[in-house]
Ligand binder design. Structure first.
Ligand code: BGC
Length: 746
């Protein structure tokens, strides 16, 4: 096969032209290379009717399936469903002639206020990464490329084009780069989109360490790095750092900058060649599969959107088994029952090909049961509140059950800015109070992108159904769950705090003076709530069912680089259901500060009533690793790890432990001992320690501290002293040379 990255016939000018877009959404045709289209994404194709326009205005966008946004896909905890969504998106891309879909967005939900949380999967890197791998696999199996975004540490919308993410290396590796790494290594996305922000002072677009050393050097990325739209302020320096394609196009201005930089020697021709070759390869790869105009099955995609939405719905609470609804008189209340909130604002906003209205879907499912409706509040005419509320309460009193639709109104959550609070609007809570006063059987249905404070809702409504944002078929999916046609099995992918100020990142968000300090370090989401033993409204991983499950007989078997976690799950309730089983690990006494537990694996079982199944969840030993800043590498620390399986991070049903020792083939790298190591570190080292004790005992009289004579308090104080300072403390009796010899010999 011809070399796809061949650019031998191109001039410097043509190579530079290849790396700058032609317009808003297309690359330039250069030589025999055609233009290709890169279009938003991620949860539907936002195909502009004219590729030269920004098309933020829906009137310039062609209708396509609005699948559930990432917030909901994550709540399914189902890589299989994420893959099917990717495949369906690929089919729509082929239809529209889109070569690269701008997604998935895999930034970690660091703070509940981030305006784009609805576009992101989770606060947990494993869940995010596993779903991202499946989504990219699905999309790319259709011959359409993914664009993994926004690389990296882009977790705030405030001042997003200038802000500097100040994040320590361990946190960056363990939390913010981890999902990117997994997806690059396992799904090989065709492109990665660098973010707008700086990372520790260096803009992502010009970050050689990030784009070249880590992404390509360590993870083996072989695709194109494309800029986020408008992220490049210095094209030559971005090219030298490893950026290949600037989008949108600058009308050729920055192509000329790049040519001038090569001519002046500021940028090497080899850098431009490398970038051009990568873009050429992308273009040839994409053109091989291009078949614009291929039809897709819109009804089948709507049905898939509904299936995913139904699996994403989380039953937060169901006191007295109020749900599912039966043959009863139902008062449906709340404006969102008729005007659903189903996606967020910004570049991901899709013009849906169809839209399910929850009220209509409830009526359809209710059959001959009577269903009444009242809006209860108005997002546009707040003054009408009292009258609307009164009417709604009257209907609630008159019915057997009230289903109240509440949430964050459209337009209140978007890319480009962060929320200031996570409260539901007061008129909605007033409605809920009024309804709860007259009707004890209340079901609240929540729609929102980022989390909302739902404590008050859970106090007033015995049953709470959390839909997050469900895409165009969410109305049907909600009806399916409310009536029990689908047994709910979604799980939270983000902790719901009792109050915003409980969030671990609370005081460090959104930063100031263009600097965002990631001060909570690795303690993001449940890692932080659990470490601080803080009560939460609903924990990470939580979600109920209309049936019940019991877990028994955990065992953990060790193979070369895998822990096989086995358990039996039994459906002890009355219905068939899907159970998402979560595996958490912990290590007491770790040498670094770690959360009490972190997610290391998950899986699902679907069981008939009374059925039991033995299942195994494989956990890669690297899930136990931490980023060791002393040696700049992942380290699996030796020790007795706690392994728990459960139904949420706070509902651990079975726990065991497993010893992990270096002889299991895991590289446990205790930091090497140098003259800058402390006496304590040297003493703890398996080889240096005994040699040092020996030397201390021999040389005690000559200025070297004598371990026995010092007593534990003094020894503890001296443990902090770096080895080379022993020269001064011993008045020169211990020399640097003697210490060096000791380190060498041991
Ligand atoms: C967003 C990206 C998006 C791009 C193109 C940017 O503002 O951050 O997610 O893909 O615009 O619309």
């Amino acid at each position: 096969m011809a070399d796809r990255s061949d650019i031998s016939g191109l001039t410097l000018q043509e190579k530079a032209a290849l790396g700058g877009g032609a317009d808003m959404w297309r690359t330039k045709a250069v030589g025999d290379l055609p233009a290709i289209a890169l279009v938003d994404g991620p949860h539907g194709v936002r195909m502009p009717s004219d590729t030269s326009t920004m098309n933020l205005d829906p009137s310039g966008t062609l209708p396509a399936t609005c699948f559930p946004p990432a917030v909901a896909v994550a709540q399914t905890w189902s890589p299989a469903l994420a893959r099917r969504v990717g495949e369906a998106l690929g089919a729509e891309c082929r239809h529209f002639g889109v070569d690269v879909l701008l997604g998935p967005a895999v930034n970690i939900k660091r703070d509940p206020r981030c305006g784009r949380n609805f576009e992101y999967f989770s606060e947990d890197p494993l869940l995010t990464g596993a779903l991202g791998v499946a989504w990219v696999d699905g999309l790319q199996s259709t011959g359409v490329g993914a664009s993994l975004k926004h690389f990296a540490a882009n977790n705030t919308e405030t001042d997003r084009m200038r802000s500097d993410s100040d994040v320590d290396m361990r946190t960056l590796r363990e939390i913010y780069l981890r999902a990117f790494q997994r997806i690059v290594e396992h799904a090989r996305p065709w492109t990665v989109m660098c973010s707008y922000n700086r990372i520790n002072g260096v803009p992502a677009a010009e970050n050689h360490w990030l784009l070249t050393e880590v992404l390509r050097g360590e993870w083996g990325f072989d695709g194109v790095v494309v800029s986020d739209w408008g992220a490049v302020s210095d094209r030559p320096s971005a090219t030298a750092a490893g950026l290949d394609l600037e989008m949108p196009g600058s009308g050729g201005l920055t192509d000329a900058d790049l040519v001038a930089a090569v001519e002046s020697g500021a940028v090497s021709a080899a850098d431009v060649d490398r970038a051009a070759a990568r873009v050429a390869r992308l273009v040839r790869r994409a053109s091989a599969g291009e078949k614009p105009g291929v039809a897709y099955d819109a009804d089948a995609h709507h049905a898939l959107a509904r299936e995913v939405a139904a699996q994403a719905i989380v039953l937060l609470q169901n006191e007295g088994d109020l749900l599912p609804l039966g043959a009863e008189k139902i008062a449906v209340l709340g404006e969102f029952a008729q005007s659903p909130v189903y996606q967020g604002g910004g570049s991901s906003h899709v013009v849906p090909s169809a839209l399910d209205i929850p009220l209509e879907e409830i009526r359809r499912r209710a059959g001959s049961s009577e269903v009444t409706y009242a809006p209860g509040f108005s997002t546009t005419h707040e003054d009408d509140g009292p009258a609307l509320r009164e009417d709604a309460a009257r209907q609630a009193a008159d019915a057997d059950v009230a289903v109240v639709f509440l949430g964050v109104p459209s337009g209140a959550e978007s890319e480009g800015w962060d929320r200031e609070h996570i409260d539901l609007p007061a008129p909605q809570l007033d409605l809920l109070r009024a309804v709860a006063q007259v009707q004890p059987r209340v079901v609240a249905v929540l729609s929102h992108g980022g989390v909302v404070r739902s404590g008050t809702v859970a106090e007033l409504a015995p049953a709470v159904v959390d839909g997050a944002l469900l895409g165009q078929a969410g109305g049907g999916a909600l009806a399916d769950v409310l009536f029990g046609r689908v047994n709910p099995s979604g799980r939270l992918a983000e902790t719901v705090p009792q109050r915003l100020s409980d969030a671990p990142s609370y005081l460090n968000f959104p930063g100031e003076s263009r600097r965002v300090r990631y001060g909570e370090r690795v303690f993001v989401g449940y890692r932080g709530y659990d470490a601080a033993e803080r009560a939460v409204a609903f924990p990470f991983g939580h979600g109920l069912s209309y049936t019940t499950f019991e877990y028994h007989d955990i065992d953990v078997r060790l193979a070369a680089d895998t822990l096989a976690v086995g358990l039996t799950v039994t459906n002890t309730g009355p219905r068939q259901g899907r159970e998402v089983v979560q595996v958490y690990a912990g290590l007491e006494g770790s040498r670094v500060s770690r959360p009490p537990r972190w997610l290391v694996g998950f899986g699902e079982v679907i069981l008939e009533p009374g059925e039991s199944l033995r299942c195994t969840i494989d956990v890669g030993l690297d899930e136990l690793a931490y980023w060791n800043v002393d040696i700049d590498a992942w380290t699996v620390e030796e020790g007795e790890y706690t392994i728990s399986v459960g139904a949420s991070s706070r509902d651990l049903r079975l726990t065991t432990s497993v010893p992990v020792a270096p002889d299991l083939g895991v590289q446990d790298s205790a930091p090497p001992v140098t003259l800058q190591s402390t006496l304590g570190e040297a003493l703890a080292h398996p080889r240096v320690g005994p040699a040092l004790v020996d030397a201390m005992q021999r040389l005690g009289g000559d200025g070297m501290p004598n371990a026995e004579a010092m007593g534990t308090d003094l020894l503890r104080m001296m443990a902090q002293v770096p080895l080379d300072r022993m020269v001064a403390f011993s008045g020169g009796a211990v020399t640097r040379e003697a210490l060096q010899a000791l380190l060498q010999d041991s």
